[in-house]
Design a protein around this ligand. Structure first.
Ligand SMILES: [Zn+2]
Length: 250
């Protein structure tokens, strides 16, 4: 279903137009030119990696579900498999998040476990990707990094919309939209004809949210604080609020 609604070919071509605008400053995407990997290759590449090194771990998830809901993949293993691919994970984590989850779910579906949806978690990032809370800078935004800190506060666990299903009022076609942000609900821009819809835009038709067809996930706010040994004398330790999701909550 996700593949239909988020055509990977479209994402691949969109991320490879040569330049995209970044606050008025066009920059070249790391995906273009030599060594380019497009989205639809990413899932295939993840499948190859999982087949080569994690078949047993994936099988274990199927056996231990729902007590175990994620597959831990060491960055060192990925680097040994393909250093360029590993580097691209650090630079474009969102793309790899989708691709890796899709790959592990396809692998499970192939062996008869199409009803479970585990998450891939990349662990053991290289030391130059590790920050303390006070080291975080704008350059880190959008990258995969690791933060060395202590958890000082946790909120209660709350459900939030993870993937929302909408029904077009004109033709009753269903559209699923992934919801990356708990603050706002993203509704369809149009009833996509490519996916079998009527082609009307959100100004020409209405989209009704179908709660019972939507997927919720667990979400929890946590506060991280610098470790005592990272703080310079006389300065208050810095803190940052984060969101933990899925099986990281609890
Ligand atoms: Zn429609």
């Amino acid at each position: 279903m996700n593949v239909l609604l988020f055509p990977v070919e479209m994402k691949g071509s969109r991320s490879c137009n040569g330049t995209i605008k970044n606050g008025g400053h066009p920059y070249r995407t790391p995906w273009c030119g030599e060594g380019m990997i497009q989205d639809f290759d990413l899932t295939a590449r993840w499948s190859t990696l999982l087949h080569a090194h994690f078949t047993e771990d994936v099988h274990n998830i199927a056996q231990l579900w729902p007590d175990v809901q994620s597959l831990e993949v060491s960055y060192r293993t990925i680097e040994g498999f393909d250093p360029t691919f590993a580097q691209s994970i650090l630079e474009q984590p969102d793309l790899h998040d989708d691709a890796s989850n899709r790959a592990v779910r396809e692998l499970l579906a192939d062996v008869g476990y199409g009803n479970i949806n585990p998450w891939v978690r990349i662990v053991h990032l290289p030391s130059d990707q590790v920050r303390t809370v006070s080291q975080l800078r704008s350059d880190d935004i959008g990258l995969m990094i690791s933060i060395d800190a202590v958890v000082t506060k946790i909120s209660g666990v709350r459900p939030r919309m993870y993937s929302a299903t909408f029904k077009c009022a004109a033709c009753e076609h269903l559209t699923i939209i992934q919801q990356p942000n708990e603050q706002e609900l993203i509704s369809p821009m149009e009833c996509s004809q490519i996916d079998g819809g009527c082609g009307l835009t959100n100004r020409q038709t209405r989209f009704h949210l179908l709660q019972e067809r939507s997927t919720l996930t667990n979400s929890q706010f946590i506060e991280l604080q610098e470790l005592p040994e990272q703080v310079r004398g006389g300065v208050q330790p810095e803190r940052i609020s984060c969101v933990a999701e899925h099986d990281l909550t609890g």
